[in-house]
Design a protein around this ligand. Structure first.
Ligand code: F0G
Length: 356
């Protein structure tokens, strides 16, 4: 039976006989073939990796299982992170399950509602910092020096180890690595993890090729794409609203080693991809996740051939995380009506078995 990323991929993870098999059932997420966007672009195959199907609704659970296992193994009783929302939701869930006190620092007023609701429900202590993610992260790094506490941000190497299992799954499902992997980039932990995973599988002879790694930031918070820190990052994709990523160097290395790129997409492109995914593919992801698809759709304009290629877009988080964006940007008005057939039929202008 499938038993989470540690159970399934132990041979590739830094675990020993004494490492607890921490799991909430993370991993094993669907790889769904595109019916609309892929054919439109002429891809040989475009696939969406639905990381929103993880237990707390984002890819963070893969790395969190490993980070929490490590925290338990080393006898920690507390964990801490700075977060734009998903890391805090995941830390709070695994923390509560394994009896660890969880402290999260989030940028005040900038975390999507679903993510905050999760941290609250799981019972984390939540400090809303009057600044952005970068301010919260800097503060957390200071706290880690003075507290006996495990850092569970992606600077923790066990997070990267756990998250690399998503690359294993992609290869397991496709039979080889894709030609390119498109992923949204915030703190740049995930792009680092996928590259590690693809390389380890190739070395083990489980895949023949390596993908080009295509990372996408939002244009209002694109430090890596621009090559300079962004002091006041802004984007509708709050998950990746980061101006000074912790894994910056590593993202550049992944780009160079894989012959890939780290580029940026405008908020309008992100929202347009977000709605297309929902309306043409039946996939509801959060805005940051749609940056991967917005990025893929830009590639032909940037002179990168996607026709005839196999591509995977990582949809990092569930759309339900951010109900506010769906409500404000989906352009669907609720229509209020009296509770009787005549009123409903009249509102629909029912005619010849259909409606107008
Ligand atoms: N997509 C989503 C939905 C995210 O929550 C994040 C990061 C990313 C993409 C980017 O991944 O940081 O590894 O490059 N969220 C972090 C958080 C920052 O605190 O939840 P990355």
């Amino acid at each position: 039976m499938f038993s989470g990323v540690i159970g399934r991929y132990k041979d590739f993870l830094p675990v020993s006989g004494s490492t607890p098999e921490v799991t909430l059932g993370e991993g094993g997420t669907p790889l769904v073939r595109s019916r609309s966007i892929g054919p439109m672009l002429g891809c040989e195959g475009l696939y969406f990796k639905l990381e929103g199907c993880n237990p707390t609704g984002s890819f963070k659970d893969r790395g969190m299982a490993m980070a929490i296992a490590r925290a338990l193994e080393t006898g920690r009783e507390r964990v801490i992170c700075a977060s734009t929302g998903n890391t805090s939701a995941s830390a709070a869930a695994y923390g509560s399950r394994y009896g660890l006190e969880t402290l999260v620092l989030v940028p005040a007023g900038e975390v999507a509602l679903g993510k905050l609701a999760q941290a609250m429900a799981y019972g984390a202590r939540i400090l809303a910092v009057g600044g952005n993610f970068d301010d919260a992260f800097r503060t957390v790094m200071g706290l880690v020096d003075i507290l006996d506490i495990e850092l569970v941000n992606s600077l923790n190497p066990y997070r990267i180890q756990g998250q690399k299992t998503a690359a294993f799954e992609v290869v397991d499902d496709l039979g080889d690595a894709p030609d390119m992997l498109c992923v949204p980039v915030g703190n740049a932990g995930n792009i680092t993890s996928y590259w590690l995973g693809f390389n380890e599988y190739a070395k083990a002879g489980l895949s023949r090729k390596l993908p080009r790694m295509m990372g996408f930031q939002a244009s209002g918070s694109a430090p890596i794409a621009l090559g300079r820190r962004v002091d006041n990052p802004e984007t509708v994709a709050t998950a990746i609203r980061i101006g000074n990523p912790a894994n910056w160097e590593s993202a550049n290395r992944v780009r160079d080693e894989s012959g890939g790129m780290i580029d940026m997409v405008a908020d309008e492109e992100i929202l347009s991809a977000y709605l297309r995914l929902a309306r043409e593919e039946g996939v509801f992801c959060e805005p940051a996740s749609a940056a991967s698809v917005a990025g893929l759709m830009r590639l032909p304009d940037l002179g990168v051939e996607v026709k005839g290629k196999t591509a995977v877009c990582v949809l990092t988080g569930n759309g339900l995380k951010d109900p506010g964006t769906a409500e404000s940007r989906a352009l669907v008005e609720m229509e209020y009506v009296a509770p009787d057939l005549e009123a409903v039929a009249s509102m629909l202008s029912v005619d010849a078995g259909g409606w107008r």
